[in-house]
Design a binder for this molecule. Structure first.
Ligand SMILES: [Cu+2]
Length: 185
């Protein structure tokens, strides 16, 4: 029985490791707050943008742009990350009084996954920017990665299930062989 037990232990470990890998991929941090908020209607442009996350974000790999209808970026400095917040100054005088803007951001969340998003807001009577398409600082789009993370999680889960089925098949074969010699001939 000790061999059977060790095979069962391997099966249990396989199951645990599959979920340990798959769970973080589907549960990484999301933006929990921003100033301005998504779809906010402001009287004037703020002097800075603040994004808030549920856990500490990585100090490397962050990119943020605040774009107007022409795709011009209004940020005037590098983003500053303090634990779970990202702050970036913007040139409030550069924008027009009645216009739509969009904050395009990307950060590396506490579990090491890149996350990104777009926060549209308007000033005065400006029309909202819905199809913000200006590139972030390193040229990649702000709408990357969540899809590939989900695909990776699915793949890992499928591989884990195949492994579990294989291990269970071995368990059945071993159990049959062990019970065989005990039968009277
Ligand atoms: Cu994640």
């Amino acid at each position: 029985m000790s061999y059977l037990r060790s095979v069962l232990a391997v099966a249990a470990l396989t199951l645990v490791s599959v979920f340990a890998v798959a769970a973080p991929a589907s549960a990484h941090d999301e933006l929990v707050g921003s100033s301005p908020a998504a779809d906010a209607k402001l009287d004037t442009l703020p002097s800075e943008i603040v994004l808030t996350y549920p856990a500490a974000i990585m100090t490397d790999g962050a990119a943020i742009a605040v774009i107007d209808a022409d795709g011009a970026d209004l940020t005037t400095g590098d983003p500053v990350i303090e634990t779970n917040t990202l702050t970036v100054p913007i040139d409030a005088a550069a924008g027009s009084a009645d216009a739509g803007y969009a904050v395009e951001w990307r950060v590396v969340s506490s579990d090491g996954h890149p996350i990104s998003g777009t926060i549209p807001f308007t000033v005065g009577d400006g029309e909202p920017l819905r199809d913000a398409a200006a590139p972030l600082a390193d040229g990649s789009s702000a709408t990357a990665d969540s899809g590939s993370n989900a695909a990776l999680a699915l793949t890992l889960t499928a591989v884990g299930l195949v492994l579990i089925v294989g291990v269970l098949a071995v368990v059945l074969v071993v159990a049959r062989r062990k019970s065989g010699p005990r039968q009277p001939k």
